[in-house]
Design a protein around this ligand. Structure first.
Ligand code: GLN
Length: 316
């Protein structure tokens, strides 16, 4: 069966995906350093598709806010690249897949404090440090950015994106590993602000709560040559580059497997969300909270693999 954006049954297709992939029994894992994520019911499952022509299709728990976690790294990178302001950022962080877990310390030491890419924790800490030069409260800046891009849909009675400060405080109290990464960066001269301040901002960014519909809508500029809700967010080439980094680095040490199964640029978070870009066509956000061994949504990845096969939306 093949469906395209023109074919009406996209809504029905998403309903089928939810019916098939919503977990019926507990499987997979939850991150040990963020206790509140373990409390989210395992059978939550939502999916949303936002098209470049302005339509939004959704099914399941697509309006329920969840913790965006590392999906925030896509948006902080976009903010850092806005208006050609990248400056020296690309001297401080590379653009190569890491092949290691998202919070690995080993590679950072061996490679003298230059993170492999902006989508592992060490790289995101450098991006946050870079943003803090102009905006010391980078998390609030990010919240403003995603709120503006998510716009007001018909569901504008919902709270809109917000920072779950209690979740952030609880993660911060268990941030030894991220603090270790930040101190390594500092020791190698690759962090300007105090390690504690950068980690605090980073954890608050990760603690932004958004729904699948909001995330898919907020990410549309990446599928639309950099054109966001209120005009240009990025140049077409910067938007293309972020998509390329998502494809090669967005799923950490499962980037190859995800490219093989889904064939689209994506970015996951340990809150169970995955944001996917279909260049020129749409964005997809799926959410299911239980994770595989690499920290990516178990049911979310399976659902995207099937949707990509059914729609032919893969970039390959
Ligand atoms: N992969 C993720 O989503 C990780 C984000 C999480 N806040 C952490 O730093 O551990």
């Amino acid at each position: 069966m093949t469906a395209t954006l023109q074919a009406p049954p996209l809504g029905g297709l998403l309903d089928d995906i939810v019916g098939k992939h919503r977990p019926r029994r507990e499987a997979g894992s939850v991150p040990g350093n963020i206790p509140f994520l373990a409390e989210i019911p395992f059978d939550r499952f939502g999916i949303a598709v936002a098209t470049t022509s302005g339509e939004v299709f959704s099914s399941g728990d697509a309006h329920v806010p969840f913790s965006i976690q590392s999906i925030s790294k896509v948006f902080t990178l976009a903010m850092a690249l806005q208006g050609g302001k990248a400056g020296a950022l690309w001297q401080r962080v590379l653009r190569e897949p890491s092949g290691t877990s998202f919070n690995s310390l080993v590679q950072l030491e061996v490679e003298h404090g230059i993170p492999r890419n902006p989508f592992i924790n060490a790289g995101a800490l450098v991006v946050t440090d870079h943003l803090m030069e102009e905006a010391p409260d980078a998390a609030t800046q990010l919240l403003r950015f995603v709120t503006e891009q998510a716009g007001n849909g018909p569901e504008d009675t919902l709270p809109g994106p917000f920072i779950d400060e209690a979740a952030a405080a609880s993660e911060l109290a268990r941030s030894s590993r991220n603090l270790a990464l930040a101190h390594f960066l500092k020791d190698f001269g690759n962090l300007r602000r105090p390690a504690e301040a950068v980690v605090e901002s980073y954890v608050r960014q990760c603690s932004i709560m958004m729904s699948c519909v909001e995330l898919a809508t907020a990410g549309l500029f990446l599928a639309r040559d950099g054109q966001g809700a209120r005009g240009s967010v990025l140049s077409p080439s910067e938007a293309k580059r972020i998509g390329s980094i998502m494809l090669t680095c967005g799923m950490y040490d499962a980037a190859g497997e995800f490219a093989y199964r889904v064939g689209l640029p994506g970015k996951s978070g340990v809150g169970g969300g995955i944001l996917v870009i279909v260049p020129g066509k749409c964005t997809i956000c799926v959410w299911s909270p239980r994770l595989d061994a690499k920290g990516n949504s178990l049911a979310g990845t399976a659902a995207l693999a099937e949707l990509s096969d059914l729609t032919g939306w893969s970039v390959f």
